[in-house]
Design a protein. Structure first.
Length: 166
């Protein structure tokens, strides 16, 4: 019994030891980071808010566009240059927005816990990063690629550029 107790004590001591300087440095860095986070929280408390401006803006934005045939002016930008604008039927939608989920959970360690689902067109994959919209006359437009950006509003902006796709 005495031998078992001695072996057990050495095992506990052995498992409790740092094996390398890298382990010691990693543990020290983690402790320093945790201490810094606690000090920051003590020094500057999270304020108690009453107005919630960000939530108000997001809710108002969603309500603003929640109407049929909302005219929108979409200005296409290529590498910082505004090349023109479209008058659209509704605001642009991200090409990353989908009507169905991309993945479903699957509890198996071989696939990381999820399996890819096909899009509504039956295909798999990702889209270009960009936007898509319909012009006021019903033309489908997608704007994407390197250097492609845009801005939009519900009224024309004071920018002198041509109207595209009349």
């Amino acid at each position: 019994m005495k031998k078992i107790l001695i072996v057990f004590c050495f095992g506990v001591l052995f498992l409790g030891c740092d094996f390398t300087d890298a382990d010691k440095a990693r543990r020290r860095a983690n402790a320093d980071s945790a201490n810094a986070q606690l000090a920051a929280q003590d020094a500057v408390a999270v304020p108690s808010l009453n107005y919630f401006q960000e939530r108000r803006t997001i809710a108002k934005w969603a309500q603003h566009w929640d109407r049929p045939s909302a005219a929108c002016y979409v200005y296409l930008i290529s590498y910082g240059n505004i090349i023109g604008y479209y008058v659209t039927d509704g605001k642009p939608a991200s090409t990353g927005s989908l009507l169905t989920p991309e993945y479903k959970p699957q509890f198996s360690s071989s696939n990381g816990g999820q399996v890819q689902l096909p899009d509504i067109d039956g295909c798999y994959g990702t889209n270009n990063q960009g936007i898509r919209f319909f012009t006021a006359s019903g033309i489908a437009v997608e704007w994407a690629g390197d250097g492609a950006s845009y801005l939009y509003g519900d009224a024309p902006l004071q920018i002198s550029v041509p109207l595209l796709g009349k």
